[in-house]
Write a protein that binds this ligand. Structure first.
Ligand code: ZN
Length: 186
């Protein structure tokens, strides 16, 4: 089970780093991600995130042409705190965000994170393949929806070729045991 959890974590990191390049809306991916983590992940403690969005209308000054800026409050367009639950899947750590709060919640946290978390993007194709495999394993409906979108966009021959080699490598021997961190294992 340990190796499988680590493998799922390994896969999940790919689309998690490229959530905006997936064949479906990133929010649907996050729903899947949270479900996988709640089911297979091990909950650790929490991090606290504080996001401050400066107003671009007034350049964060709060004054626009000598008057009070209509878009913001004293140069801040939006600010919120968010408790991020830490989940482990093998060696891989993920955050599941709670609700956004205006006031700083009174909690003990591991790390204080300023601003939005940006992940270093992975290779796009690898991220999409990992996404397909995860949806195939954990959300068939989303899998077929994404696949049919893909079929609609590409020629049938190319699609069959691409899926044939993928299925073949999925059933290749010992894939789970010997995958290397740098290679996508299918
Ligand atoms: Zn403003």
């Amino acid at each position: 089970m340990k190796a499988i959890k680590n493998f799922i974590g390994y896969l999940l990191e790919y689309p998690n780093c490229n959530a905006r390049q997936l064949p479906v809306d990133h929010r649907r991916f996050y729903t899947l991600k949270n479900r996988i983590l709640e089911k297979y992940g091990t909950k650790d403690r929490e991090d606290l995130q504080h996001v401050v969005k400066r107003c671009f209308q007034c350049g964060g000054t709060g004054k626009y042409h000598g008057k009070t800026c209509w878009r913001c409050k004293e140069g801040i367009y939006q600010q919120f705190y968010c408790v991020l639950s830490r989940y482990w899947l093998g060696k891989h750590m993920f955050h599941v965000p709670g609700i956004k709060e205006q006031r700083r919640p009174n909690i003990r946290y591991v790390k204080f994170i300023k601003g939005i978390i940006r992940h270093e993007p992975r290779e796009e194709k690898a991220a999409i393949r990992a996404f397909y495999l995860l949806t195939f394993l954990f959300d068939k409906k989303l899998f077929f929806e994404s696949i049919s979108e893909k079929i609609r966009r590409s020629s049938p021959v190319r699609f069959i070729k691409s899926i044939r080699s993928r299925i073949r490598s999925l059933f290749a021997k010992n894939r789970l045991d010997d995958f290397k961190e740098r290679d996508i294992p299918f």
